[in-house]
Design a protein around this ligand. Structure first.
Ligand code: SF4
Length: 241
């Protein structure tokens, strides 16, 4: 039932047309904290620019940080770059969580979608469907469950009338409390960091012209470096007056 529903209603996403572990790693890292609709174009652009692990490994850190702008949570871009360098040097590790920025969920998604291993990646959508149905699904159902959770078994008001699992679902017809809202980006420290990084990515700047607290935090994450009171992207020479 679920797989039939998926064959008719599944989302056609570019990273589903490949088994290339590198391409799937790029998509999974981008999807960690960015919505699918926003990721599609950025994923395609990224792969056009850096089509293989080796090309990304050879890129400069500054170029990677610039290319990540607008996706948010910039450390992900840096981690992806470090992961590419590690893979280019040592190959893919058996334990995928040894790659920078790859936690248990991303490792499971890679293991399933790139390497065909028998694991079910459980993201929040899949977890919700599992909890509501009380069913243990097979790894083959991974993408179908993701799409069901994203488009039908919604967090607050599930669309049970459209659900292929409705007949045997004990939660059918239930409504749920609003989830805790994501903390606001507007006015947040995360926004100050993003704004500061955007300025530095466009051109190096004197420290005095920037938000010092944000610079400090970005420098700790390796996203900028400060030399002689000039802030620049890592790996780029600063021009001194
Ligand atoms: S019947 Fe409703 S609650 Fe149950 S899995 Fe389907 S959409 Fe979710």
């Amino acid at each position: 039932m679920l797989l039939t529903w998926f064959s008719q209603n599944g989302r056609d996403l570019p990273w589903r047309r490949t088994r290339d572990p590198y391409a799937i790693l790029v998509s999974e890292v981008m999807l960690q904290q960015t919505q699918v609709e926003r990721v599609v174009t950025r994923y395609l652009e990224w792969l056009e620019r850096w089509p293989t692990v080796d090309t990304l490994a050879a890129a400069t850190t500054a170029d990677v940080i610039r290319a990540w702008q607008g996706l948010g949570y910039n450390r992900r871009g840096l981690n992806l770059h470090h992961a590419a360098r590690q893979i280019a040097r040592d190959g893919w590790p058996d334990d995928l969580t040894q790659l920078p920025g790859v936690g248990p969920y991303t490792a499971a998604a890679l293991a399933r979608f790139a390497f065909g291993r028998d694991v079910l990646p459980v993201d929040t959508n899949v977890q919700r469907v599992q909890e509501r149905t009380g069913h243990a699904f097979s790894p083959r159902a991974g993408q179908a469950l993701m799409d069901l959770g994203a488009t039908v078994c919604l967090a607050r008001v599930p669309r049970c009338g459209l659900c292929p699992l409705a007949e045997r679902c004990p939660s059918r017809g239930r409504r749920y409390e609003p989830l805790r809202k994501q903390s606001r980006f507007e006015g947040s420290f995360r926004q100050r960091r993003a704004r500061t990084l955007r300025l530095v990515a466009a051109a190096e700047r004197p420290l005095a012209a920037l938000d010092a607290e944000a610079v400090d935090s970005l420098a700790r994450d390796g996203l900028v470096r400060v030399e002689a009171d000039v802030v620049a992207l890592p790996g780029e020479a600063t021009i001194r007056a």
